[in-house]
Design a protein around this ligand. Structure first.
Ligand SMILES: *Cc1c(COP(=O)(O)O)cnc(C)c1O
Length: 409
């Protein structure tokens, strides 16, 4: 077991299986597994490798640094990066054979200069804003950038291989903006193709559109959250409804178990007061580990759910930096060292990242991406049973051994 009293156990077999499920949802498209934000908190390189093993031909990295890290780790899939500011190491990315999205006129200028400087051809995807109102070329900018890109292509400096866009309401498949964006995307693609580009991939679908909107699949789908087994549309269906298995289990163990009297305040500001004589359990994981403080609990509103000794209990009182407290109930027999699960697959009614999202008023994406850097990631479900480089391997999902030394309150 790790010396740190909490860990995120990541099941790479679940990631492989989720990618296969996503490919089955989009049989006419290739899959780009989006691994931005350290693979949504699951660990960039091991998850990227698992996604490729599951059949992802492409990997999506928002940041250039992530794309470069994947190449340094020897990942061989096509990699696309799409979010960077002026001065980004684009020449390095071109040399590393990374596809690069262009979302602004300055970006094409910098990319052309970068490719020239290393005497290489940059593969370009034009990222168009079809109505999201975020990163992407406006209609006017597209016309200018397209012109410049085709001139650079004639000189062999760039190769225009893709057009991409991103939906504002993919999680509401019937929202009128979805059709409008699809139509705007078709027009942008037609404009690019009329100008003479021979595109390899047109891509628009994130996880939600991959699972719920076949019309948006086109040549390539770009799922992120679903790769990690979480539902992008919790109001429509859970992971199981889409053939997905949550890959991350966040677990800790009880550090202290003690009696506490009726009417006793619990944690900062006594936001929770015990309704009766009871037993409290202290779990050494807090908001510095990514447990959302917004999921603190009061008597009227239980905090984020934790699984202890086969029952699901809400966090009692404030979530602290390094710890949370659970009201284990009168006469509880739990012991220091007993395993505590904050979220996992949800099997058998266990708590999920989605439950924490609901408790904190956010989305599951934020729950998993915020798991703190200090929380060790442990990998299970590797293909050959060995751990990915530099990471602790766990052979099993077993709880920590009982009787772990009690630590001070
Ligand atoms: C993050 C992102 C995705 C993946 O989104 P999910 O909702 O996690 O599937 C796809 N495309 C782009 C451009 C993104 O930024």
């Amino acid at each position: 077991m790790s010396s740190y009293p909490a860990r995120a156990v990541v099941d790479l077999a679940a990631i492989r299986s989720n990618v296969r499920s996503l490919a089955a949802h989009a049989p006419t498209a290739q899959v780009m597994a989006v691994v931005k934000a350290d693979a949504y908190g699951h660990g960039l390189v091991p998850c990227a490798q698992a996604a490729v093993e599951g059949g992802a031909a492409w990997l999506g990295a928002a940041q250039v640094s992530e794309a470069l890290e994947l190449r340094r780790a020897g990942v061989g899939a096509r990699i696309l990066t799409w979010l960077y500011a002026p001065g980004a190491p684009l020449a390095e990315a071109v040399v590393a054979d990374v596809d690069i999205a262009v979302a602004a006129p300055w970006a094409l200028d910098e990319l052309v200069a970068a490719a020239r400087s290393v005497s290489r051809t940059a593969r370009v995807h034009l990222k168009v804003d079809t109505g999201l109102g975020r990163n992407g070329l406006t209609r006017d900018a597209l016309a200018d950038v397209l012109d410049a890109a085709l001139r650079a292509q004639a000189e062999g400096v760039v190769e225009l291989v893709g057009v991409m866009s991103h939906l504002a309401f993919a999680d509401e498949p019937d929202h009128p903006t979805v059709r409008a964006q699809e139509e705007a995307f078709r027009e942008a693609v037609a404009q690019v193709e009329r100008a003479g580009a021979r595109l390899e991939v047109r891509h628009l679908a994130n996880s939600a559109a991959t699972l719920t909107n076949p019309g948006a699949h086109l040549d390539l789908v770009r799922p992120g959250i679903a790769v990690y087994g979480l539902s992008p549309v919790p109001q429509l269906g859970g992971p199981g409804d889409y053939g997905l298995v949550p890959a991350m289990t966040l677990e800790s163990e009880l550090a202290t178990v003690k009696d506490w009297p009726a009417g006793g305040g619990v944690s900062y500001a006594h936001q929770y007061v015990t309704p009766r004589d009871t037993v409290l359990g202290v779990v050494p994981i807090g908001y510095a580990d990514g447990v959302p403080r917004h999921a603190s609990g009061t008597q009227d509103r239980p905090g984020g759910p934790v699984l202890v000794g086969g029952r699901v209990l809400g966090v009692a009182g404030r979530v602290c930096m390094d710890q949370v407290v659970v009201d284990l109930g009168p006469g509880a027999r739990d012991r220091a060292g007993d395993r505590v699960e904050l979220f996992g697959t949800g099997a058998g009614g266990g708590p999920t990242a989605q439950d924490w999202a609901a408790a904190a008023g956010t989305i599951s994406y934020e729950i998993v991406t915020r798991v703190g850097a200090r929380v060790p990631r442990a990998y299970v479900g590797t293909v050959d049973g060995t751990a990915p480089g530099g990471h602790e391997a766990l052979g099993t999902h077993e709880p920590a051994p009982a009787g772990t030394q009690e630590v001070g309150a």
